[in-house]
Design a protein around this ligand. Structure first.
Ligand code: TEU
Length: 577
């Protein structure tokens, strides 16, 4: 199954305490990054061939989305062997080479850890299907609802809806029982109550740490401690309730996280740990990231990426326009709450979210570049560790697919089927999908203007966005005013200025509908950021910000910084003192 890394490929890197506070992380979604062998799917040698690009951008860490053995029901978030690489991506030896190649360039690597669930093709689950197996209790098996006909609608043990639509329970003919899957039926949930499960996971994590990796991004880690498996009250017109309200932030979450930390030596070895936590709150995040608790360095909250859906609605496809004051307020609350205890992660984008410039900016040809830059400025000037998702540094946009046949994501396909069966209009469903579907972020990386954007010589698994002819890495590197170079400078600024890493955060003009303004202060230094987050001109009221006389402009989207009148999507960073 596995082979040990050879001595020649292991290049270790320094990991001082809290090194991740001054780091910028770059997320690679391997399937869509670069294809080396013409099969249309990105792979490890493809990533290897672009390491100098990452070095030129200046990022400190790569977070690699799953490359493990997988039947690919959820593009690798369904793992059938935690200690092997899927052949579609390459081999363990190629992963060792990638780790070494990153380390040689001073870049660390964080692996995705998907341990809330496995694939149903993982040997643990295959064994668990046997009711007499010692691994039966490694997953959540439950009998049908008393008095019901097993396997029929309504016979599921609880009325929970999976995150990928449909019941969160799958009937198994052989034993007449159901198993729990918060995501697809091919992603059965592990039972973390069982100490053997936890031990097996910690051993696997140690194996990866010994292989030379620098940390873990932990997939839906706040779902591992399940509360009571009981029915909920469905919203009007629905028969099921979202499973997350019963499984997020469960009673033993903090205990499991600190146990994992100690068992694997996460803090002892200064590894980067970030927990993806849908449904987390400021309180759960404070507990999980308080260094005294030895759980995680930081979490991914979902609050700011939930502001453009109907509150209390049926999910992310119930669209509402985003309000800038609401977005600023939410980020400010997290900044204040984690100012003295814990640490923030900062993100607009990832492989599950629409493209940042299309969602929070303006992706029209007129405003795309400036809005992508300004969103970068706003993100990077908050306190915390910024995460850049591949292509965000080019201002890549949504794909806006128009037909269900264009989609590959199981979540989008299931949503479409379930919404249509509930009687929603096809046009409305397709509209929501085009705005919010995860495939928006998953179209191939746009490297140059050759066919398929230089991503593959074959047929890409998901079509390249046709705008690759103008939006691509080669063009951006050539143009000193590109979004790429703006991101490169933002990263450089973080490395050069402690105030960006450690400075106290203060939001100015919280209610302004267009301007995002803030200060960061450390000792006698004050950094001021002003940004017009709208497609209309706007003015900053001078009395609302510190006097800028004598200030140095560290980075600006536009040339003239003499007045406080800002062009659409213009932003500036000043340093005083
Ligand atoms: O995502 C978890 C998650 O809650 C969402 O971001 C998810 O995409 C959303 O509920 C769908 O509407 C993580 C991974 O990032 C995602 O890619 C996986 O599909 C999921 O876990 C299951 O492993």
């Amino acid at each position: 199954m596995t082979s040990e890394p050879t001595q020649t490929t292991v290049v270790s890197v320094d990991r001082p305490t809290d090194w991740w506070k001054s780091a910028v992380v770059y997320q690679i979604y391997p399937r869509s990054f670069a294809d080396s062998n013409g099969d249309g799917t990105g792979d490890l040698p493809g990533i290897f061939s672009h390491l100098d690009y990452l070095a030129q951008l200046g990022v400190d860490v790569v977070w690699l989305s799953p490359v493990y053995a997988s039947p690919m029901d959820d593009n690798g978030y369904d793992i059938s062997d935690y200690q092997d690489v899927d052949p579609i991506f390459g081999t363990l030896e190629e992963l060792d080479l990638l780790i070494a190649g990153l380390h040689q360039r001073g870049i660390k690597i964080v692996m995705d850890l998907v341990v809330n669930h496995t694939s149903d093709e993982h040997p643990w689950f295959i064994e668990s299907r046997d009711p007499d197996s010692p691994k039966r209790d490694w997953y959540w098996w439950r009998p049908p609802r008393p008095g019901s006909e097993p396997g029929t609608e309504g016979a599921e043990p609880t009325n929970w809806e999976s995150a990928f639509h449909g019941s969160a329970w799958q009937f198994d003919e052989r034993s007449g029982e159901y198993y729990l899957h918060l995501f697809s039926a091919k992603q059965p949930d592990l039972n973390w109550e069982n100490p053997e499960v936890r031990r097996a996971i910690y051993d696997m994590m140690k194996w990866w740490v010994d292989r030379g990796i620098d940390g873990f991004r932990m997939d839906v880690i706040n779902l591992i401690s399940k509360d009571e498996l009981t029915d909920g009250e469905p919203p009007p017109g629905r028969t099921r309730v979202s499973c997350f309200s019963f499984t997020a932030n469960g009673p033993r979450l903090d205990e499991f996280l600190s146990e994992m930390n100690a068992a694997v030596g996460l803090d002892a070895r200064n590894l980067l740990t970030v927990g993806e936590m849908p449904g987390s709150t400021i309180e759960t995040a404070r507990r999980a990231t308080d260094p005294a608790n030895h759980e995680l360095n930081m979490v991914f909250t979902f609050e700011h990426v939930s502001l453009d859906m109907v509150p209390g609605g049926s999910g992310k496809y119930d669209l509402v326009p985003l309000s800038l004051p609401a977005l600023k307020k939410n980020l400010d609350e997290w900044q204040q709450a984690l100012a003295d205890v814990g640490w923030n992660s900062l993100y607009w984008d990832n492989h599950d979210q629409p493209r940042a410039v299309s969602r929070f900016g303006d992706d029209s040809p007129e405003h795309r570049e400036n809005s992508a830059k300004t969103l970068g400025t706003v993100q990077h000037m908050h306190k915390g560790t910024p995460y850049i998702y591949q292509g965000e540094e080019l201002g890549m946009t949504n794909s806006y697919f128009t037909a269900i046949e264009h989609y590959r994501d199981i979540e989008a396909i299931n949503y479409h089927a379930s919404a249509i069966s509930l009687g929603l209009e096809v046009e409305a469903v397709l509209h929501s999908l085009s705005i919010k579907s995860r495939d928006n972020a998953r179209t191939p990386m746009q490297w140059d203007d050759s066919s398929h954007a230089g991503f593959t010589d074959g047929i890409p698994w998901l079509p390249v966005n046709p705008n690759y002819v103008t939006i691509n890495a080669a063009a951006a590197i050539e143009d000193p005013n590109s979004v790429f170079h703006h991101f490169r400078k933002l990263i450089e600024l973080r490395h050069d200025h402690a105030v960006i890493v450690h400075g106290r955060f203060e939001l100015l003009l919280p209610d302004h509908e267009q301007i995002w303004a803030l200060t960061r202060s450390l000792d006698d230094q004050v950094l001021v950021m002003i940004a017009n987050c709208s497609s209309e001109p706007a003015s900053v009221p001078p009395e609302a910000i510190p006097a800028l006389a004598g200030a140095r402009v560290l980075l600006a989207t536009h040339g003239d910084s003499t007045t406080l009148n800002l062009e659409p999507w213009e932003s500036r960073i000043y340093l005083l003192g």
